[in-house]
Write a protein that binds this ligand. Structure first.
Ligand code: APR
Length: 250
């Protein structure tokens, strides 16, 4: 068991896991910020905006199509798998991910648990294509589109079903997170592979921790949440998560 962890005791059954792009890094998907984050010398945080889409929809779609293709070729890693193990042992469990990839969901399918209700993709799903004008939307996991698709319903430009930097969160997904909090604070909060730049992410993690909960951060780098962590592991997620979860489940 890694130093500083304790077994998942009887009182440690309500768990929130907050993940960011760092958990998928070892599956070969570049994080947004930091090494390998840039695409064709462009900053993804500038591409992932409604304004960028209005200005150059072709370019924004090219970036998303490349990312979709990369995610399709990638496999869940040991950190995604470890979370499935942990989910199976917790009484209440929620993964709040900022990732738009489907690697966590695929780890669940591979484990034959199929319980998507325990994952909230707060920034949307990269495999959803939705109309920029009407409510039409479809999920297209294997379809590659060329250029900017048009809505079969109203003819307007279609766009990826993700939440861009200059957009509001989907209220239905926010409600799913808030519902999880209705049953009270958590015994354990794991924060894995996120720079935690958004206030709502920091606030949810701290709300879940409450005054007495444990907050464990797994990230090679320090983040704004580090100061609130009761334990930190400065190591890659796929390396540390299996041991950490094994320790909890003893
Ligand atoms: N294991 C754990 N953490 C890692 C690993 C790894 N192998 N590799 C990198 N990290 C950490 C980095 O140190 C960094 O803190 O993952 C974090 C990645 O940060 P970002 O690229 O900023 O990703 P994220 O926090 O998910 O970004 C939040 O911003 O761009 C938007 O919508 C996008 O959902 C994304 C959001």
């Amino acid at each position: 068991m890694p130093e500083g962890t304790h077994p998942l005791s009887a009182g440690l059954k309500r768990i929130l896991v907050v993940t960011g792009s760092g958990i998928s890094a070892e599956s070969g998907i570049p994080t947004f910020r930091g090494q390998g984050g840039y695409w064709r010398n462009l900053d993804p945080s500038k591409l992932a905006t409604e304004a960028a889409f209005r200005k150059d929809p072709e370019l924004v779609w090219q970036w998303y199509e490349e990312r979709r293709a990369l995610i399709r070729r990638s496999q869940p890693n040991a950190a995604h798998q470890a979370l499935v193990q942990l989910a199976g042992k917790a009484r209440d469990f929620l993964i709040l991910t900022q990732n738009v990839d489907d690697l966590q969901a695929r780890a669940e399918w591979q484990a034959k648990r199929l319980d998507g209700s325990q994952i909230v993709q707060i920034h949307g799903d990269i495999f959803v294509t939705k109309c920029s004008r009407c409510t039409f939307s479809r999920r297209e996991i294997n379809k590659e589109s060329e250029g900017v698709p048009s809505c079969p319903n109203c003819g307007a430009m279609m766009r990826p079903g993700v939440v861009w930097f200059d957009e509001e969160l989907n209220p239905d997904e926010v409600a799913r997170v808030e519902n999880f909090f209705l049953a009270g604070v958590c015994d354990l909060v794991l924060v894995i592979g996120t720079t935690a730049v958004f206030d709502y992410i920091v606030n949810w993690a701290l709300k879940a921790k409450g005054t007495d909960g444990r907050l464990i951060e797994i990230n090679p780098e320090e983040t704004p949440l580090s100061q609130f962590a009761t334990e930190t592991f400065r190591a890659p997620a796929a390396k540390i998560m299996p041991k950490l979860v094994e320790g909890f489940l003893q």
